[in-house]
Design a protein around this ligand. Sequence first.
Ligand code: BGC
Length: 741
Amino acid sequence: MFKIKLGILTTLVGVCSFNTQAQRKTISQRVDSVLKLMSLDEKVGQLNQYSGRNLTGPLTEQNRNVQKDIKDGLVGSMLNVHGVKDTRQIQEIAMQSRLKIPLLFSMDVVHGYRTIFPVPLGEAASWDLDIMRQTAHAAAAEAAAAGLHWTFAPMVDIARDPRWGRVMEGAGEDTYLGSKIAKARVLGFQGAKLGATDAVMACAKHFAAYGAVLAARDYAEVEMSEHELWETYLPPFKAAQDAGAATFMSAFNTLNGVPAAASNYLQRDILKGKWQYNGFVVSDWGSIDQMIKWGYVANKKDAALKAILSGCDMDMMSRSYLEHLKTLLAEKKVSIKLLDDAVKRILTKKFEMGLFDDPYRFCNEDRERSTLRNAEFLKLAREAAQKSIVLLKNQDHLLPLQTGIRQTIAVIGPLANSKRDMLGNWTGAGDADNVVTLAAGLKQKFVQSKQLIIVNGTDVKGSDTSGIQAAVDAARKADIVIMALGEGGEMSGESKSRTDLSLPGRQQQLFNAVQAVGKPVIAVIMAGRPLIFGGIANKAHAVIYGWFLGDQTGNALADVLAGDYNPSGKLPVTFPRSVGQIPISYQMYKTGHPWVAAASGYQTGYIDMPNTPQYAFGYGLSYTSFKYSDLKLDKQVITGNGSITASFTLTNTGNCNGEEVVQLYINDPIASVVQPIKKLKDFQKVALKSGESRLISFMIDKDKLAFYNQQLQWAAEPGKFKLLLGSASDDIRLQSEFELK
Ligand code: BGC
């Protein structure tokens, strides 16, 4: 009977999966018509999400229960079921439920599904928004072809503490850059419109301030001023929403004493209130019943109550809603209006994804076969990896290396020939066998070389030093030494905080022994976070930061080492000299006792180390050089809603073509809320041929001068401002002043 009813409704209201203004109304009518048919249990069921790891494997008691819940209409979404075969099989179970409401299949497709792209922090170093949009879209196309509808990405948490393992998943420390990247990634994941079969729904996470967990202990508390929250941590979420992010995920942490999943302030007041967000919010894994462990509520029922009241629509993996919402309704603690609102938000996305029209529209074996790891995606992966690489040091222009000569190259280090590590963390359905290692990439590139000697020397971790002698012997035979050092691929990511950011294991010892041989050493450092490696930075002739670059690691690194790609990456995060400087960001303040290099006395800093980092935000070298000249402002004063244009000439003064990331910073010297010395407010990545010059222009309006004032209003204050243009936050080449009246 219900099947017929639903069929009639579908015909009456019309088939519609897309998201234009007129169609949205149609979807809302269709949502209402489904809602009318739903029992209370089925409504609550839509708010319930289970993980389906192994669900399609041997039928265990747990599988049986999950399958029964799906059949009973008690599950709205499954995470971690992926692949056309498995998603189809589970969707078929949902189609046996009374109302046949399709399931949403979700997964953490963070930097690739099958083709693995660079880790997000690494890719942020490209400062290339288009490449980030493209890789997100490719990841989404693969995920969608594998039956998925929804990725738990992008992570848009600003992070200024590299001890935190999840710094690897985000876009780094800067709010402006982070907001631009949030937008690019959401647009990439979601494609042209929700419901396209080459795209998935995005999820802006983790709402909010997770990047500021105390002392970088994952899942810990966040104590933060409202001002800092609004100024630094919320804007990337707003940018994600403005880009159309279909869903948000609440965070594991507390914010000023309240678990984020129960935060009325974040979810009701800000997200669904002030921002009028119309997507839905999913909790993080088990974070609703974790309120009990926090000591915020006494039991699961209270946890469910707090979460639903505060605006969390879907319960990931805690069953709190499933077990208690009905009772809470009967007790009149939760209104049916509130429950319906959550259900409607979820159903709306299912309609927008076209799942009511065809629950299997993402289940096409042919598409799966032809999409995963297609040639276009592999090419993109190599390009994204090239662009993510940051050249940190290049003494005497040692790089690029010549490929066409006979030379012996020793490739030494635990990451020289490692496949799995290169994928980093959150590897989707990636396969380490597909990885081109550094050694493999070099072998292909340096075919003319007399010899390529590959030696591990030591492991990433542990205390085994027995291979060091072989590494020293290899260095003696070599003309050039390339050392591949860093963290293991799983040493960053969730729950991977570290107190010591130096190279783990005996890698420093290995470096010292090899470097002592006296051959030119190029250090290639790979990690999911900024590491601390001053001892290497000082002694190596060249240093390349390679993050974890995914499938195409070796090809991209070899391209850079051989000069087939001129590095253009810039650090999206500050690299400290010491753990003692953390948290650290280029956005420092002058203070009443400003820090002055090489001075002593009462100043804001340390007695044992300068305030400056090892490598500043925005820093990265090229094989060519760029000159900044002739800065001109078209006016000296901005009035009302006007703007000024700053223009200057950028010239490639070196011998090869290259790309420069021109960075625009603003300093507001006197403000009612004290401002950092500089804040990034714009940038452009510019490609110039050797010898070429170009006029580069930036527009500056009131919005670029605004900040959250003491009333938490976004406003610019009249007065003088400084405009700083440069190649890095600590390498300002041109500056000027102007006024806002
Ligand atoms: C993480 C989320 C992730 C979720 C599902 C949690 O532990 O914090 O970022 O999306 O698991 O895998």
